[in-house]
Each structure stands twice: as structure tokens, then as C-alpha cells.
Design a protein around this ligand. Structure first.
Ligand code: AAL
Length: 412
């Protein structure tokens, strides 16, 4: 039975429909976004009302109207997580920062992971910037570790060091990701040049090798930089004072993750904007993608950027011919898993309770067929204190029932 449910404001409605729709729903959204009349027809069946627990079809609250406009999603992407300590060299070590693990890959039967490593406490921007650390990820180098079982790890040593004084990466190299492609290995990572002031721009570097043990060759220049169309206000080292904010990535390009997709190299990244604000969803953090024919670049930012209006660290994987993305921490769409058929146009597939931070996915898992397959296990980091973070293992599991102890979970 069809009912007119739109005597009120239809815009939030359409907004949520766009926000939560699958590709098909978006098509529908685009169609209904330009109706010939002000009226909008939504199909409200008795079955749908029963499913949503809506008793009176003539008295629909704003929440009920939104629920009726939700796309018809299953719970295949609804995942919950547990986090465990690792053993060996990646167990917590006082005085050492190990954070932002890369994806886990397997070579000759051994798991490999790369990560940011530094030592010592963090003093922040009020300290002696020239000699101290402004963040735990300041003065980092990229190290790596191996494991036979994914639980006990051996730290193998330095993979990619900071550059020489005066180079674009002389202050810190950190938050790395790995791509294994046609017998070669590509590490992408964040770079900062001294001095590490609040307004410093962050760039993305790349190093490649023929073996996961290196040696690593860096590209001469960063492969990605922030947009240059923002304008600071005044000389104070303050990132909130701007004349113009500029693109979503006008201040920092972060968390690079390189995927080979549709015969091109897709560099997914997080952008921070000059003059960032706190909105109704928290920090203004968005994701973009830059695409290249060659792994070493040049990378061209997609004209569709930003491709996510929320999120934090990049966590993307191949699924069903498209790309899936875990969106955490910041923005109105945080704690969602999204999927795009083309690596650009992402739609929400599930809204989850939360997720481990800075996930390094396990690239050995089957991610193409099972929606949540990529999240079965991998690595994450956790704050032991403001100064020290350590790498842990997460396990994700699709959740389909909520039952009391001893009760049956059987459904008709
Ligand atoms: C992380 C990442 C980047 C930031 C910092 C270290 O969560 O987004 O890596 O620079 O925090």
C-alpha cells in the first residue's frame, strides 16, 4: 500500500536516503530528488511496518520516516571486534612507540608487517621543537617485523629511515602501508620536514624494493602533497586561523594506502584541511584517492575527492569487483563500513559499534567474496599512555544474533 509520508520537510529524508543508500538507492534518490510535484511516494507495506516496529502508519515520527527511507540492507557487513596482545618483540615495551601497522602480507610462509617506530616521551608544541618530540609519531622511522603464526613477532630492524637534514622527510617517516605487486614491494608513508611546527604540511613518500627485507629505494620527491589553495591568517603558528580553508586536504595528506585496482594504482589517503572545524560529527576528516598508471607516480587526485566525508586512518580492501572501506573515529558517517563498485562512489553497508584504530589488514585473507572476510584478523595499535603505543592483534566477527545465556537463537 502506498502512502504519502511527506507532509513535513522532505530534505532530511532525501539526505538520509542518499547517505544510507546502496547504489540502487542512490539512483532512486537522484530520481526522487527532482520530483515533478512536491509530493513523494514511499512504499509502506504491513510487513515493513512490522519489521520496523511502527504501529500507526498515520502517526509517523521523524525517526520512523527516516527508518522507512532506509535502504534494504542485510547484516552481512555488521562486524564486532576483539583485540589481543601480541607476543615476542611486538609485545608492549616501555619507552618505545610502535604504531600504525601496515597491512600484513605473507612471503615464503612468513607474515610481514611494517610500522612507525620511535623512542622517548612526547613534549608537544610548547616544548623545545628543535630537540624534542611534538607527537608520538614524530622522529619516527619505519621498521618491520616477521612472524610464523601472526601472534609471535620478531622485530627485523629498520626498513626506511628519515632522510638527510634538509630533505623533505628529514623529521619523520611514519604511518606506512605495503603493496605487493608483480614481485615488487611498495611502501607508502607520511613524511614531515623539519621544523615540525603546527602549520607544517605533511606529504606522502614512497619507497620500493625487490624483497620485503629491502633494500628500499625512495622516490626523489614525495608522491603526494596537500592542495595549495588554502590561506593562513597571520603569522601565529595556529592551524585554525585561516583566510581560506581550501580543499579537504589543504593542510595534510595522511595514511596512504596503495591498491592496484582496475589496472591502475589507487592511492587512498586521509586529508586534513587548514582551519579544520568540529562539526556535528566531530573533526572534519575526509578521504581522497589519487590515481597513477605507474606505482612511482605521477599520482593525480580524483576530481571526485573527497570520496568519504568521514573517517580517520585508511582501511580499504578489494571486494566483489569494487573497494570496501572501514570508516572510523571522525565525521557523521564514522563507524560504518562502506563499499563502492568503482573505488570512488562509496555507500554505507553497515553501521557498527566501533572498530580498532589504525587497522593493518591481513592481505592473505579472502576479501573478494565474503563482505566481512577482510576483517577476520589483522593488526591495530593501542595507546598504553599518551607517550607510548603498541601493536596488537584484532579479530572481527560477523554478528547475527543477540541471545541470553542458554536461550535459543533459532528463528523461523
Ligand atoms: C594517526 C594517523 C596519522 C596521523 C597520526 C599518525 O591516527 O591518522 O598517523 O599523522 O595519527
Amino acid at each position: 500500500m502506498k502512502r504519502n509520508v511527506d507532509q513535513y520537510n522532505r530534505m532530511p529524508y532525501l539526505g538520509w536516503l542518499c547517505l544510507l543508500g546502496l547504489f540502487a538507492s542512490v539512483t532512486a534518490c537522484q530520481e526522487t530528488a527532482t520530483p515533478s510535484t512536491q509530493e513523494e511516494e514511499l512504499e509502506i507495506t504491513d510487513e515493513k511496518l512490522d519489521h520496523l516496529g511502527i504501529t500507526n502508519r498515520d502517526m509517523l515520527s521523524a525517526a520512523s520516516k527516516r527508518a522507512l527511507a532506509w535502504p534494504d540492507l542485510g547484516n552481512e557487513w555488521f562486524v564486532e571486534f576483539k583485540v589481543h596482545d601480541l607476543k615476542g618483540d611486538l609485545a608492549y615495551e616501555e619507552g618505545v612507540v610502535r604504531r600504525d601497522p601496515s597491512a600484513v602480507i605473507q612471503v615464503d610462509g612468513k607474515y610481514f608487517v611494517w610500522y612507525s617506530r620511535s623512542t622517548g616521551t612526547t613534549q608537544g608544541f610548547a616544548g623545545d621543537i628543535e630537540n624534542e618530540k611534538v607527537f608520538p609519531w614524530d622522529r619516527c622511522d619505519i621498521w618491520y617485523a616477521t612472524s610464523d603464526d601472526g601472534w609471535t613477532w620478531k622485530e627485523e630492524g629498520l626498513a626506511v629511515p628519515r632522510g638527510e637534514k634538509g630533505s623533505y622527510d628529514d623529521r619523520s617517516v611514519f604511518t606506512t602501508e605495503i603493496l605487493q605487486h608483480e614481485g615488487k614491494y611498495y611502501l607508502t608513508y607520511q613524511t614531515v620536514k623539519s621544523p615540525y611546527v603546527v602549520r607544517v604540511k605533511n606529504q606522502i613518500g614512497l619507497a620500493w624494493a625487490d624483497s620485503p627485507h629491502g633494500p628500499w629505494t625512495k622516490t626523489e620527491e614525495p608522491i603526494l602533497s596537500p592542495a595549495d589553495n588554502g590561506e593562513w591568517e597571520g603569522e601565529e603558528d595556529n592551524r585554525f586561523m585561516v583566510k581560506k580553508k581550501g580543499d579537504f586536504d589543504s593542510h595534510k595528506v595522511h595514511d596512504p594506502c596503495l591498491l592496484f585496482y582496475n589496472d591502475k594504482f589507487h592511492l587512498y589517503y586521509k586529508g586534513e584541511q587548514m582551519g579544520e572545524e568540529i562539526t556535528f560529527g566531530g573533526r572534519q576528516i575526509r578521504h581522497g584517492v589519487a590515481i597513477a598508471d605507474n606505482p612511482l607516480g605521477p599520482y593525480v587526485k580524483s576530481p571526485y575527492n573527497p570520496i568519504s566525508n568521514s573517517g580517520h586512518e585508511i582501511c580499504v580492501w578489494h571486494h566483489n569487483g569494487g573497494i570496501a572501506s572501514l570508516i572510523t573515529t571522525d565525521g557523521p558517517e564514522k563507524n560504518t563500513i562502506q563499499w563502492s563498485p568503482d573505488g570512488i562512489n562509496f555507500e554505507i553497508q553497515s553501521v557498527i559499534k566501533g572498530a580498532p584504530h589504525a587497522i593493518g589488514l591481513n592481505r592473505t585473507l579472502d576479501t573478494e567474496t565474503e563482505p566481512a572476510g577482510a576483517l577476520e584478523w589483522g593488526l591495530t595499535h593501542q595507546y598504553k599512555s599518551r607517550d607510548y603505543q603498541y601493536i596488537r592483534r584484532f579479530e572481527g566477527r560477523r554478528r547475527t544474533t543477540h541471545t541470553a545465556l542458554g536461550a535459543s537463537s533459532k528463528r523461523n
